[in-house]
Design a protein around this ligand. Structure first.
Ligand code: GMT
Length: 376
């Protein structure tokens, strides 16, 4: 059955926006009518889909408002779109404000539309610790018809942190069933000045303090002592300047490449022999999965949902958070042993496609949509 689905997310760079956009695209390909109700066009949309519409949420600035009321404008826009296009479902990504705006929109539009909220992480692992926000997050979750979280860890955390007992379903993030690379990888390596005998380590994030990119650079410094290698840093964010300073202090300018935010991430990830993801908080770790999808093993920390993505000793290695020396040793163990590296690279790709394949995961969402519409 073809459904009319409104999707709201943070459309700028970030895992939750990527997952929401990719989900919208897959659902559109399966014949559903998708309406993105967001503050700007989701950045991963990239091509035209006749059955995807975009509804921009624009907050007008009136002097009377000390703070622009984005949440209310969003709710009002959601209600408009529900009424105008007769939506079956509002699927919102991130509890606040999106789940709360959706609850209001549902009330405003007569209560028929169903609301699904997908929790992604910082809405729970950071914001739910703030007493001034706990009630509103709990409200958004309780008023949703279905709630999903991107890892078992996140569901547990939500229960513990907010004392929520309602059913919540873990649905993991996903990657496409096959990733095709457009560029000649050898030419790309040369373009970046990577010699044939060099290892390539990659890290990709939004360079926020929780990502511990500093640990990535310190671990790389230790790896670099033993092996000729380059570190590709993909992404941008508040710590970039201080990280560039750190690279300078470590005299690593020749070997650490800041690539900034990028769109063609699979082309870049595929250049790497290994990914480092050393976060102190991570409800899932989409970047690790994206690396695995192109056969790159990952050294990740033992936090949040990372161990649900990386199978320790099979598709990479798990090391203690804040211990960049342990991360460097783990990376060296993989890089030194060609057979182990090959085995982990193949296992990473196989796991990405068997367990986190978009076909399977999107079908899980569709199953929940059907249950929700049937009143389960
Ligand atoms: O990690 C971030 O800072 C961005 C954040 C977001 O809201 O997009 O990512 C969260 O959602 C991603 C997609 O589900 C997950 O892969 C990330 O692990 C999660 N981030 C955190 O939990 C810190």
């Amino acid at each position: 059955m073809s459904l009319k689905i409104g999707i709201t997310c943070y459309p700028t760079v970030g895992g939750s926006g990527i997952v929401a956009t990719e989900l919208g695209k897959r659902l559109a390909e399966k014949g559903h009518e998708i309406h993105f109700i967001t503050s700007s066009l989701p950045f991963r949309l990239q091509r035209v889909y006749p059955n995807i519409r975009f509804h921009e949420v624009k907050v007008n600035q009136y002097q009377v408002f000390q703070y622009p009321p984005y949440d209310l404008t969003l709710a009002s826009k959601m209600a408009d779109v529900v009424n105008m296009y007769d939506l079956d479902i509002l699927h919102v990504h991130y509890a606040i404000p999106h789940a709360v705006s959706a609850a209001l929109a549902k009330d405003m539009s007569g209560g028929r539309v169903k609301v699904m909220t997908t929790l992604h992480g910082t809405d729970i692992t950071v914001l739910a610790y703030d007493p001034s926000l706990q009630n509103i997050i709990r409200y958004g979750i309780d008023r949703s018809d279905k709630v999903t979280g991107v890892s078992h860890f996140l569901i547990e955390q939500t229960r513990e942190q907010l004392g929520i007992s309602r059913p919540m379903e873990p649905i993991h993030n996903f990657v496409p069933p096959n990733v095709t690379l457009a560029h000649d990888q050898q030419a790309l390596r040369q373009g970046y000045g990577i010699d044939n005998d060099e290892d390539v380590i990659v890290h990709m994030s939004n360079f926020r303090p929780v990502k511990r990119v500093e640990d990535v650079i310190r671990a790389f410094k230790l790896i670099r002592r033993e092996r000729k290698s380059k570190l590709l840093l993909i992404g941008d964010g508040p710590e970039r300047h201080s990280l560039e300073k750190l690279v300078h202090e470590c005299s690593l300018e020749q070997d650490v490449l800041f690539l900034g935010s990028q769109n063609q991430i699979y082309e870049l990830l595929a250049l790497a022999d290994l990914m480092l993801l050393l976060s102190e908080k991570e409800s899932f770790g989409l970047t690790a999965l994206e690396a695995m999808a192109v056969g790159v093993p990952v050294v990740g920390t033992d936090v949040g949902g990372i161990p649900e993505v990386i199978n320790d000793r099979e598709t990479g290695l798990i090391c203690p958070v804040y211990d960049y020396e342990a991360a460097a040793l783990a990376a060296l163990a993989i890089l030194r042993d060609e057979a182990m590296h090959q085995r982990m690279a193949s296992a990473a790709k196989a796991r990405a496609f068997s367990k986190f394949n978009s076909d399977t995961i999107v079908a899980e969402y569709e199953q929940l949509y059907a249950e929700m519409l049937n009143g389960y």
